[in-house]
Design a protein around this ligand. Structure first.
Ligand code: ADP
Length: 755
């Protein structure tokens, strides 16, 4: 169940009120109890004192009367009748006396008066000899308790009668006063409610009392001082006592009250208590209600409006009656207006940015489209240029095998040179486009540094044939020879730099040095390559620009040197991808020095790299005798060139125009390897490869090696070929030496020579 703030607050206040009331009640009761018991004790003390004073006065009065009587007897009542009259007068004047008697010196009663018609009291005078003896022999008043004939207790007081100013005693005057007179005294006292009094004699007999339900023998012990709370027979009392002594007679005056009755809160108190609780509760509920109305409700309203503001709506918070909340509302209102303003400007900003973003997206799409178109164009161009170029170079190579006269031979080699140059230009442009599109990737594999350098130097030496140039290479001995990196690209960099040195030198020495620059980690080495020539040098103003694409530095009008201006730019990019850099270390009239660094990995637990086969040095036997090749190629020229070359190497070649034809042929005949063009009509190379691999899987037959032959020299495309299930990849124009190596590697020897 969801509790509202209102009920929560009200219940809190009611709870607090109840706790307050309980605490107050307990305190009130404690205070009441305390003050009540103090009050009662005080009252009891006063009461017992008062009563005792009254009784003492009473006794003093009686004694005084007897004394007066004894003096009168001495002076004027020597005769019996005189004494009788005197006693009668005294008794009439003092109704406290029940009887009066005069004893002569012999202890005989000479005169006696009594208000008792039967003269019962007379016997008391006769039976209590001490009434005479005691005062007569001691000379002092004597008081004793006597029992009247009916059993009622009374006090007898005797006083010696002196003669001639206390010279000698001539008799004793004695008076009896009933204890009921004490009851009269008690009855005259106004008692507070619930309080009562007792007058006890020496034996604890109750002589007088304020209530009728007290037994004759008091439960309180006589002759004891009580003051405060006592428990008698499991009943709690507050009591205060006073002992009075009158000529040997001890009386105990006790004022007492039942503790339970005296301390029980009165109905008035209870009503007051309840009223107080109700009042407190009412006050609490009122305070709670006020708090809810004045604070909680406005706060709730504030919270509701805040959430509305947060939803972006523009609302104004109305005036609130509490000062702090009013301040809060004002602050929120100004915050809201600021929020609205900033929302507005934000919205405008967002709209502006959206418009700009839209434009940027359109521009980006257009740029992407253009880039895509460029890539497609480059791929197409690459294919379209490489294919005929490949055909051309192949044809020229075949032509060179025939016997030609020297002029024809020269023309042929010039044509071949031009073709190779064109091939380099196309490759460079393709590399540049890959770098610019961010699609360029290195292909790391293990290689031997020394073999690579030897290969490049040997290759370059061919270009120096007509010049007085020597090429030297030196490799620091502590460089590990087995490295991992993109050896193809390192080769390309070295070829670019050395061919520049050859191009721009008429004579002299070209030296290539390789040193170990640093070992950044346990499995990495940084190599420093330096290439020095004695060529024409590079002018100061061209030393930066030569590293930019298509920049060719200062053009020498006398000698036209071939080139595109891409070599250094592409090399610098390759080097950057290898975490190194290329720079011109020195250049003057005596020549130039180019340096570059690259980071290579040291192969971990891998076998020594295969030495890079040098041109014209195939690792397998020259003749691929007995190997049956399926060549899937739609271009007539390519069919002719590749089949002619392979047949010369001893292969049997079956040509298929497209993938479909290849699949059909495969049903009829078997081959050792397939050379697969990618762009073919009916069924392209990739689809055909996938179909072959599926067929092999279905028939559970051994996979046949498939090598792609394509003019599309992109890394992406190479990946596609591998994915389709091809074993290797060669770009057109086909490097025949490599083709032979691949065939040797993929077709097992046993197979080759068994035919
Ligand atoms: P290309 O050689 O095709 O012109 P490069 O990018 O390889 O393009 O070289 C750019 C230019 O730098 C060259 O045209 C040439 O002017 C200058 N250059 C490069 N290497 C050398 C060198 N070893 N000696 C003199 N000039 C050089």
């Amino acid at each position: 169940m969801r509790t509202t703030i209102r009920t929560r607050i009200l219940s809190i206040f009611v709870g607090v009120a109840l706790i307050q009331a309980l605490l107050l009640g307990t305190f009130f009761l404690y205070q009441y109890n305390n003050s009540q018991s103090n009050l009662v004790n005080q009252q009891l003390r006063t009461l017992s004192k008062n009563l005792s004073t009254h009784i003492e006065i009473y006794f003093e009065t009686i004694l005084h009367e007897l004394e007066t009587a004894s003096q009168q007897i001495e002076r004027m009542a020597q005769k019996d009748y005189q004494r009788y009259n005197l006693l009668k007068t005294i008794k009439n004047n003092n109704p406290e006396f029940l009887a009066l008697a005069f004893y002569d010196i012999n202890g005989s009663i000479k005169s006696a008066v009594s208000s008792d018609p039967k003269q019962d009291t007379h016997e008391c005078f006769i039976n209590n000899a001490s009434l005479f003896d005691s005062p007569y022999y001691s000379g002092t008043p004597y008081v004793t308790q006597v029992t009247l004939k009916g059993g009622a207790p009374a006090i007898a007081i005797s006083q010696p009668v002196y003669f001639l100013d206390n010279a000698y005693i001539i008799g004793v005057i004695s008076g009896i006063t009933p204890y009921r007179n004490l009851q009269n005294i008690v009855d005259q006292i106004i008692l507070p409610p619930a309080l009562n009094v007792l007058v006890l004699d020496n034996r604890g007999l109750v002589l007088a009392k304020s209530t009728g339900n007290e037994s004759p023998q008091a439960s309180f012990a006589p002759n004891q001082i009580w003051d405060g709370e006592i428990t008698i027979h499991e009943q709690r009392y507050f009591a205060a006592s006073t002992i009075i002594e009158f000529y040997g007679q001890q009386l105990t005056i006790i004022a007492k009250v039942n503790a339970d009755k005296s301390l029980a809160p009165s109905t008035k108190s209870f009503v007051l208590f309840v009223f107080l609780i109700v009042l407190l509760m009412l006050v609490s509920v009122l305070v709670g209600w006020e708090t809810y109305n004045k604070i909680i409700e406005p706060l709730q309203a504030l919270a509701n409006r805040s959430s509305t503001i947060l939803q972006g709506k523009d609302i104004k918070i109305p005036s609130l009656r509490v000062a702090e909340l009013e301040d809060l509302a004002n602050a929120m209102n100004s915050l809201n207006s600021q929020l609205q303003d900033s929302n507005l400007s934000l919205e405008k900003e967002v709209q502006r940015r959206r418009r700009e973003e839209g434009k940027a997206i359109l521009l980006r799409i257009e740029a992407e489209k253009a880039n895509q178109a460029k890539s497609i164009f480059l791929a197409n161009m690459s294919h379209e240029i490489r294919t005929p170029l490949h055909g051309m170079l192949g044809m020229l190579e075949m032509l060179g095998k025939d016997s030609l006269n020297p002029t024809q031979q020269q023309l042929l080699s010039m044509t071949t040179l031009s073709g190779r140059r064109l091939q380099t230009v196309v490759s460079s442009i393709l590399d540049l486009s890959q770098i610019e599109s961010g699609k360029f990737q290195l292909h790391h594999s293990p290689f031997s540094l020394s073999a690579l350098i030897t290969e490049v130097v040997e290759l370059m030496r061919i270009q120096t044939e007509n010049k007085d140039i020597t090429i030297h290479s030196e490799q620091e001995p502590d460089i590990p020879d087995n490295l991992t990196g993109d050896s193809g690209r390192i080769r390309q960099i070295l070829i670019n730099l050395i061919s520049n040195s050859i191009k721009f030198s008429k004579k002299g020495r070209i030296s290539l040095e390789v040193r170990l620059q640093s070992t950044p980690s346990a499995n990495k080495v940084k190599l420093l390559f330096s290439l020095t020539d004695e060529g024409r040098g590079i002018p100061d103003n061209a030393r930066q620009s030569i590293f930019r694409a298509f920049e060719r530095g200062e053009v020498d009008n006398d000698t036209v040197v071939e080139g595109t201006g891409l070599g250094l730019a592409i090399s610098a990019e390759f080097i950057q991808h290898m975490n190194g850099k290329l720079w011109l270390a020195r250049s003057d009239a005596n020549g130039s020095k180019f340096c570059f660094t690259i980071l290579c990995n040291l192969p971990v637990d891998s076998p020594s790299p295969k030495p890079i086969p040098l041109p014209e040095q195939p690792v397998c036997p020259k003749k691929l005798t007995g190997i049956h090749v399926f060549l899937a190629e739609d271009e007539f020229i390519n069919q002719r060139i590749i089949s002619a070359y392979l047949e010369e190497q001893g292969c049997t070649v079956t040509i298929c125009e497209n993938g479909r034809e290849l699949l059909n042929t495969m049903k009829k005949a078997k081959a050792d390897i397939i050379l697969m063009d990618i762009r073919m009509p009916v069924l392209n190379g990739l689809e055909t490869t996938e179909a072959i691999r599926k067929m092999e899987k279905d028939t559970d037959s051994a996979p046949i090696p498939i090598v792609a032959l394509t003019a599309q020299a992109t890394t992406e495309f190479e990946k596609k070929c591998k994915k389709a299930g091809m074993n290797d990849y060669l770009t057109k124009p086909i490097p025949f030496t490599k083709l032979v190596s691949i065939i040797c590697e993929l077709v097992p020897k046993r197979h080759r020579y068994s035919r």
